[in-house]
Design a protein around this ligand. Sequence first.
Ligand code: F6R
Length: 613
Amino acid sequence: MCGIVGYCGPKRVLPVILEGLKRLEYRGYDSAGVVYLEDGKLVKHRSKGKLSNLEAIIDDAIITPSHIGLGHTRWATHGAPTTENAHPHSDCTGDIVVVHNGIIENYHSLREELKAKGHTFTSETDTEVLAHLIEDNLENDLVEAVKKAVALLDGSFAIGVLWAGMPDTLIAVRNQSPLVLGVSAASGTFLASDIPALLPYTNEVIFLNDMEMAVLTSESQDIFSLVDGKTIEKKIETIKWNAAMAEKAGYKHFMLKEIYEQPQAITNTVSGRINPETGEVNLPELNLSASDLENIDRIIFVACGTSLHSALVAKYWIEKYAHIPVEVDIASEFRYRHLLINERVLTVSLSQSGETADTLAGMRIAKGLGSKVITICNVVGSTMTREADGTIYTHAGPEIGVASTKAFTSQLAALFLLTLFLAEQRNTLSGEERLKLGKDLIDIAGVIEKEIPRLQEEIGTLIESYYDARDFLFIGRGLNFPIALEGALKLKEISYIHAEGYASGELKHGPIALIDKDMPVLALVPQDDVYQKSISNVEEIRARQGRIILIGTEGDAHLSNITEDVIYLPKVADVMNPILYTIPAQLLSYEIASRRGCDVDQPRNLAKSVTVE
Ligand code: F6R
């Protein structure tokens, strides 16, 4: 969702910015632009569509000796994705430019006021008001003018500002939209919406907090609070990811690479946190004391999309093994509901990015009501990790494909660790049971690793009869119901096939009316404690001539009597089925989308990090 890149330093600016923007493509965008300073003048290039369109029009400019500039990828909110609406936006003189992520909620009234003062607008965006506001407040001190302009804004914003009158300085401000600085003695100062844009140049970063402003030159990063004006000494943090981790490494798509990376991501998430000899779980970053844990009488998970599905699995696990009631809430609903929350509730936010606006708002509300808040997150230093009382990091590495894969299964691994930890603290399982479950978790990565190549091959063939479907149903029971939801979400977002996930038992309460030969149904039917029930549901579909794909347990010969399209998976402990059964669901979506020629890594209309409501 919108990407900002800024640079000032000894390198030529355009290649740095374009490279950075490419590394933010995964966030989703529909137009792009750059600006740099050359011979005292700001030079701006913008284009709708992909970055390749922008590159095509700046082909000659790439040799500019300029060493300072800004770039932006825009995901349209106010105004269509046109060249005129693409950032950077300028003031009336053309000497001030801004790039912006987020939404300026009061832009309409500001725009009217500015127009009445004689300002001329050239776009429909909320962002352009900012350039004119800075112009309106500028005497000869850009810092003061930006401060005054920002004070007039309501909403969320991460912004970058460049003024021809201050040729060595970039200004950045963050409020409710992520922004990170990269610092390097040799290469200069960088500004970006997310870490992958910085990784080719540095892994030393500074995270900005809300209402902080940074004044950046090639050698300096002065940061101060917009609340009290005081200078802030920021810690420089070292990121362990490297640039290669955010590259495709020979795979056709990032999504496929990330599907293959899942065994490693799960192992990285689990290792060092569970003692294989005793089953004891160690989660020091959780920051919950024994009395905090004793006090909890309910857990609420708050999340969106795929992260919400992992929370639904955790509900089954935690209620069964740690005996704590669990609620799972869609963050965008949670934040506007009448919440019955107090200090006896533990709120857990789940987010791959740690920046999702609704989830973040939900966390803040729960905290305000006295709840302890922890977050399960994949991005070190993200806003959620900084605001939560405690964190469990998933160690999935950077996830670039917009459709979440390895971040999801790593969340499941982290949630199972949390389950075991709570069971240990609450004494709800014997040491032997915990040891066995811990071993099941440790072993699952190895099982997946062996299966992925075979599954990809089998599924690649199977989808030839399904890739042109218009609709799809995914069904599962118990622990696999959330995986049916996740399978359906994956398919619809990357292949644009309409897909729904249902609890198998719900089918006869409505959706079964849809079943006919044109409605493929994918059913998850492992030989678990609800196996017979799941098979009965599948029989109901067969009786209505539905086309069925079954994913079940190796050696279950009955499945091939029901349909010829069976994908077999090895028998693992039932509790690990959600992690294992996710893999064929992801591969099916991937293979279908790829066969249909879809833009798998950057599906239309979607953004990786949803930083607006
Ligand atoms: C779908 C997907 C989204 C995200 C959702 C929340 O593949 O990735 O549904 O799960 O936008 O994002 P995070 O996890 O970053 O809070």
